[in-house]
Design a protein around this ligand. Structure first.
Ligand SMILES: C[S@@+](CC[C@H](N)C(=O)[O-])C[C@H]1O[C@@H](n2cnc3c(N)ncnc32)[C@H](O)[C@@H]1O
Length: 189
């Protein structure tokens, strides 16, 4: 049965992102996939804003491009077929929000999944380019093997990040079975 507010880590992420993103902002979708978060971000930044999206799967980007085209949103998006761990090679400005929705695309090849080594690098680069009071959300899915490794390694690292630089918050469903998703939110000071 669905509850009203606390169903999914991705909904919690969107609620936080809505608070910090305004029209004309530049934001990042670090894992474009089917483009749901890209579309969400496009609505928030408006016609004069920009969404920069990364994915290693060309096919996913092509499908997302089609969805964006059908809604006349292509002008506000730059889709990059590269890993998010390279984001600093492509982004020279500060951004107000970055969304990570980790793991693999449901219904697709499960071996094409995010991996903690590259996710860690991307999170560090993301913290560097976040502007003051900017927010990064990271939805983690420990219900599969690679996702569990990713959760453990990311949490180990995030506990050590300098609290003078960022606030790091962990939100998790503590009464759900089978390793439910969790959300990390990072705010730049
Ligand atoms: C859970 S899906 C993202 C779902 C997406 N946000 C949406 O709204 O449909 C995770 C995505 O991360 C992508 N991915 C895997 N490794 C990546 C990397 N190093 N950099 C960027 N994307 C990556 C996968 O190809 C997959 O499309």
């Amino acid at each position: 049965m669905q509850a009203k507010y606390l169903n999914r880590a991705t909904d919690l992420a969107k609620n936080l992102i809505r608070e910090v993103v305004s029209e004309k902002d530049i934001v990042v979708d670090a894992t474009v996939g089917n483009g749901n978060d890209t579309l969400f971000l496009c609505d928030l930044v408006g016609a004069e804003g920009r969404v920069i999206g990364f994915d290693v799967q060309k096919l996913a980007l092509e499908k997302t491009e089609k969805r964006l085209g059908e809604r006349n949103l292509l002008d506000r998006v730059k889709l990059i077929n590269s890993g998010h761990e390279n984001m600093k090679n492509y982004i020279e400005c500060e951004v107000s929000a970055i969304m990570f929705n980790l793991g693999y695309l449901p219904g697709n090849d499960h071996s094409i999944t995010t991996k903690y080594e590259t996710t860690l690098k991307a999170i560090m680069e993301g913290i560097d380019i976040l502007k003051k009071n900017g927010v990064m959300t990271v939805a983690i899915y420990p219900g599969h093997r690679e996702g569990m490794k990713e959760k453990e390694n990311l949490l180990d690292f995030l506990c050590t990040v300098d609290q003078r630089k960022v606030n790091v918050l962990k939100m998790e469903f503590i009464n759900q079975v089978n390793n439910p998703p969790l959300l990390i939110a990072i705010e730049k000071k």
